[in-house]
Every structure is written in C-alpha cells, then in structure tokens.
Design a protein around this ligand. Structure first.
Ligand SMILES: [Zn+2]
Ligand SMILES: [Zn+2]
Length: 46
C-alpha cells in the first residue's frame, strides 16, 4: 500500500489532491488550490 498516493507529476508519495481537469492524483506542491487543477493543466491553460 506504499505505492498509493504517488504524485503523477513529481512522483512524491504524498499526493492528496485530484485535478478536476485531468483527474490525476498530485501532491500539494503540484496542485493549484485556487483553481483546483494540477500544475500541468495550469501551465497549458494560462
Ligand atoms: Zn508532486
Ligand atoms: Zn491536471
């Protein structure tokens, strides 16, 4: 169960957010709480 919650972007094992656009599980530092999306979607959005 130690592989659960791996961030889809940086690979850290502390992912706790789900992007509302792509549905990926990402960690706090890879997540934009304001928009509810991951940094990957945010960059392609601007
Ligand atoms: Zn991350
Ligand atoms: Zn995303």
């Amino acid at each position: 169960m130690d592989l659960m919650g791996l961030c889809s972007i940086c690979g850290k094992p502390d992912a706790m957010h789900t992007c509302s656009l792509c549905g990926r599980l990402v960690c706090n530092s890879c997540f934009d709480n304001i928009h509810g999306i991951c940094n990957s979607c945010k960059m392609g959005k601007q």
